[in-house]
Design a protein around this ligand. Structure first.
Ligand SMILES: NC(=O)C1=CN([C@@H]2O[C@H](COP(=O)(O)OP(=O)(O)OC[C@H]3O[C@@H](n4cnc5c(N)ncnc54)[C@H](OP(=O)(O)O)[C@@H]3O)[C@@H](O)[C@H]2O)C=CC1
Ligand SMILES: O=C(O)[C@@H]1CCC=N1
Length: 283
C-alpha cells in the first residue's frame, strides 16, 4: 500500500478527541494504514475503549501524542481547541528545536489554520479538513486545504499519505481556505439535512397509507439509489428527474408542487445558516 509515498512505515499518528467524527476518521485510518501506530486520546474513556476494542488503535494521553506523533489530528470541538493548543505550546516549541517534520490536522468547523498556528505560537504545517459522517461507510467527503505544507517534503508526504488512506472512504477535493465555511455547510453538515429529508419522505409515505416501517425503508432506499445513480450517471440530475416524469403521469404532479413551493429557498437558507455559523466560529 502507498508504495509511491515517501513516509516511514513506522509513522505514528495520534487523535486528540475521538467523539462522533474523530472516531470515524480513526477507524478509516486504522483499516487503511495498517503499518502505522495510531494513538487515541479523549476526555471520555468510553470513546477510547470503543476504539481499542475493535481496531488496532492504542490509548495514549494527549500531551504524549503532541510530543511524539508525526501526525497530530485534533478531533475536539472548535470551542475547546484554543485552550488545548495553548496547553501544548511548550511541547511543540521543544519539538521544533530538533525537527519540524510533523503535521497538525484540524477538523474543527470554522477554525482557520492560522488560529492553530497562533495558538501554538509556531507556524506548524497544518491540514484543515471538513469530513462528514458517511466516511464511516466509505461514502464520505473530506474537502481539505493546507498551510505551510507546500515545499515541505515531509509535510507534503504526510498529507499525501492521509489522502491516500482516507481516499478509500471519501472523496477529498482540495479547496481554498476561503471555501471552508461553504464546504462545512454543504457536505459537513449536509448529512443532517438529508436525514431530515428522508424523515419528511417517510412521514409523507405514511400519510399516503404505508406503515411506518415500509415507509422508512422505501424513503432511505430511494435517497440511496437516487444519489448513487446521480453519482454514476453522465446525465445531469435534471435529466435524471425528467426520466422519472412519465408524460401525464404521477411524478410530474408531485414535481409541480415541489417547484411551486419554497423548497429551493428553504434549502438555500439552511445551507447558508450553517455557513454563517461556521464563519462565526472563526471569530
Ligand atoms: N460531527 C460531525 O459530523 C462533524 C464534526 N466536525 C468537527 O469535528 C470535531 C468534533 O466534533 P464531534 O465529533 O461531533 O464532537 P464530539 O463531542 O462527539 O467529540 C469530541 C470529543 O473530544 C473530546 N475532547 C475535547 N477536548 C479534549 C482534549 N483536550 N483531550 C482529549 N479529548 C478531548 C470530547 O470530550 P468532552 O465531550 O468530555 O469534552 C469529546 O469526546 C468538531 O471540531 C467539529 O467541528 C467536522 C465535520 C463533521
Ligand atoms: O455541527 C457541526 O458544527 C459539525 C461541523 C460539520 C458537521 N458537524
Amino acid at each position: 500500500m502507498n508504495q509511491n509515498i515517501e513516509v516511514d512505515i513506522d509513522l505514528k499518528i495520534g487523535f486528540v478527541g475521538v467523539g462522533h467524527m474523530g472516531s470515524i476518521l480513526a477507524r478509516a485510518l486504522s483499516s487503511a494504514a495498517t503499518d502505522c501506530a495510531i494513538y487515541v486520546a479523549d476526555k471520555k474513556e468510553q470513546h477510547i475503549l470503543d476504539l481499542i476494542d475493535d481496531t488496532s488503535c492504542l490509548s495514549a494521553n494527549a500531551e504524549d501524542i503532541c510530543k511524539t506523533c508525526d501526525i497530530v489530528i485534533l478531533g475536539m470541538r472548535p470551542q475547546g481547541q484554543p485552550d488545548f493548543l495553548k496547553s501544548v505550546k511548550g511541547i511543540v516549541s521543544e519539538r521544533v528545536n530538533t525537527s519540524t517534520d510533523f503535521l497538525f490536522v484540524t477538523m474543527a468547523a470554522g477554525v482557520p489554520m492560522a488560529s492553530v498556528q497562533n495558538n501554538l505560537d509556531y507556524k506548524v504545517p497544518v491540514m484543515r479538513i471538513m469530513p462528514n459522517t458517511p466516511v464511516a461507510i466509505e461514502a464520505g467527503a473530506i474537502p481539505y486545504c493546507t498551510s505551510c505544507v507546500d515545499g515541505n517534503r515531509g509535510a507534503e508526504a504526510k498529507v499525501d499519505f492521509l489522502k491516500s488512506c482516507w481516499g478509500k472512504s471519501a472523496v477529498l477535493p482540495r479547496v481554498d481556505e476561503s471555501q471552508m465555511d461553504a464546504v462545512c455547510a454543504l457536505s459537513g453538515s449536509g448529512p443532517a439535512f438529508v436525514y431530515r429529508f428522508i424523515e419528511a419522505m417517510a412521514n409523507a409515505g405514511e400519510a399516503a397509507g404505508l406503515d411506518a416501517e415500509t415507509a422508512s425503508l422505501l424513503a432511505k432506499q430511494t435517497v440511496l439509489g437516487s444519489a448513487k445513480l446521480a453519482c454514476d450517471s453522465v446525465k445531469s440530475v435534471g435529466e435524471l428527474a425528467d426520466e422519472v416524469c412519465s408524460p401525464g403521469g404521477t411524478t410530474i404532479e408531485g414535481v409541480n408542487v415541489l417547484d411551486a413551493s419554497d423548497f429551493n429557498d428553504c434549502v438555500r437558507d439552511t445551507v447558508l445558516a450553517s455557513a454563517r455559523r461556521s464563519k462565526e466560529l472563526s471569530k
